[in-house]
Design a protein around this ligand. Structure first.
Ligand code: SF4
Length: 175
């Protein structure tokens, strides 16, 4: 629901949706028209269709732990696959969202641009290369990267003076 949509707009839909479909089984057992009816007004209906298909696939086959397998499910992109794999299953999986892309490019490759399509592959490669060896450590690493981008190395301000990775960062103290 939060793809391209703010929390304040989603919150009422979210609660109503969960009241009607409290479990994956309930969602999987519904008709598509019933799911779309509960989504009415939220827009981007492909999300509702994908969520419905996803619920059916997961109820049928279970939720895989590996990012590569998660990506084959309806509506699951590389970020969600990495996030579920690392945070739910503690697998050694990379994830790149806006905050992580900004931190990684500033630290390792200032010439890459987080929003430039042709740079995405290189940024994901950096995220993979920076992963620690174990899944448990990758969980902490990924949480830390996201926090760093949200609190210290933000789009508006770089707080290099209190940044834990300033010692290796190629963009530290630059405007
Ligand atoms: S040292 Fe500065 S530019 Fe580098 S990651 Fe930290 S806050 Fe961002």
């Amino acid at each position: 629901m939060l793809q391209q949509t703010q929390v304040s707009r989603v919150i009422d839909f979210y609660h109503r949706f969960l009241t009607r479909f409290p479990t994956l089984e309930a969602l999987a057992g519904a008709r598509e028209s019933q799911v779309l009816a509960r989504w009415e007004g939220l827009g981007y209906y492909a999300r509702a269709r994908n969520l419905h298909k996803l619920s059916r696939a997961v109820v049928r086959e279970g939720l895989p732990a590996e990012a590569e397998q998660l990506r084959k499910l309806p509506g699951i992109g590389p970020y969600t696959a990495g996030a579920v794999s690392t945070f739910a299953f503690e697998r050694r999986a990379a994830l790149v969202d806006t905050n992580v892309a900004r931190v990684l490019t500033r630290v390792f490759a200032p010439k890459l641009h987080p929003k430039r399509a042709r740079d995405q592959k290189a940024i994901w490669a950096i995220a993979e290369a920076a992963l620690p060896r174990t899944g448990k450590a990758a969980w902490t690493h990924n949480q830390a990267l996201m926090e760093l981008g949200a609190l210290i190395c933000t789009a508006r301000v770089k707080q290099c003076g209190r940044c834990p990775v300033r010692g290796i960062c190629k963009s530290r103290d630059q405007e």
